[in-house]
Design a protein around this ligand. Sequence first.
Ligand code: FES
Ligand SMILES: [Fe+2]
Length: 434
Amino acid sequence: MDIEQLVRPEKVHHSVYNDPEIFNLELKKIFSVAWIYVGHGSQVSEIGDFFCTKIAGQPVVMTRHKDNKIRVLYNRCAHRGAQVVSPESGNAETFRCCYHGWEYGTDGTLIALPQPRGYDGSSVLIDNPDYSMGLVPRFAEYRGFVFASLCSTGPTLEEFLGPLTKSIDDLVDRAPDGEVEVAGGIARHLYCGNWKLVYENLCDGLHPNCVHRSSIEAAQEQDDAVFSDGAGNIGIRQMRQNGAPWEFWENQVGLWAYPHGHSLLGDYHDDEKLVASKNDPSFNDYLLAMEAAKGKARAKEILGVTLWNTNIYPSISFMSQFRQLRVIRPLSVDKTEVLGFCFRLKGAPENMFRDTINFANITNSVASPVLTDDLEIYSRISSGLKAEGNEWIATARGIGRDRREKDGGWIAENGLSELHIRNMFDTWMSYMVA
Ligand code: FES
Ligand SMILES: [Fe+2]
């Protein structure tokens, strides 16, 4: 297979979405190299807290050790290889493997063995690092967001994030107390399709007016007055916004792409007209809390940022303005798991979190009349790509009209471009042929 032939300027070969060999290579060349999101520090806020996830299909566990520092460990017993920590999250003084009882500290160090005499004369000793749950080669955090890389060399986390640290800043700066925390559980779903499809979709301005038409029309018929506070429901407003006219997508929505495959759809929601500020008593209380904490000018500056989906390739997509984060876990070439997390803004009135959950129900819930359209499309793509007759998928929209930005990124002609898809495949190729 000649990988270099699979991506062309205006198209990509279908095998990048449906060939299991390519998928296995992606795990090795992309997911085992890039910085992958592990979790948020608030998920392990107390000493002994842990949270299990996967990187490149490998189980890892994020812990907070008794020195109050976070570690990311391979979740594998040094004895015979069993996964040591099996609940997804919790708190423990130590991790004891359920097979033969080898016991590890929350920093991964081997601290106890059953019937240790049996190991006399061998290299199996307490504190021998060869028999610890190993640390992954690199882990780091940016403002509480923890990432890890299974590769010991490469760009630092901040170099990797590049200008998109601004999206994480946007999320955190919106908290009157300057901190956010994960709250409200995890909304998860599987879809029958390749992992790349979700990133392509999340910055795809062309699709909402078509595929989300049924919820747009239903939302347009709703009167805001039916809601008790008269402000309208944030989910309803979002559904209506999906039906913004083409001119809006062409003249007001921005699409940016960045090194390492990242992308951003912005300027989509204008606070004055569309989001929670409109006649919303919760938002007004929140505004007062922000102004008291940061001053009027700074509060206005923070709330004036209008970022929509930020894709940090290849592991997360988040909406800083709406406190939502999706973790995208590739399971196989045509199966992907998505975990949706909500963030509470510390210092904000509790009602703001109600809005966050309402919004999650539209963007991350399988009961959503919007998300389910996209999931159906992913499985139709998986099915459609089995048809012979055309080996290629077009990525040409807006090509030749992208412009370079001062921060090293590119801005698309408009919000209907496929710049972000071309950019992801440029990055994809650079990982795959490295
Ligand atoms: S496999 Fe873990 S103690 Fe044996
Ligand atoms: Fe969609």
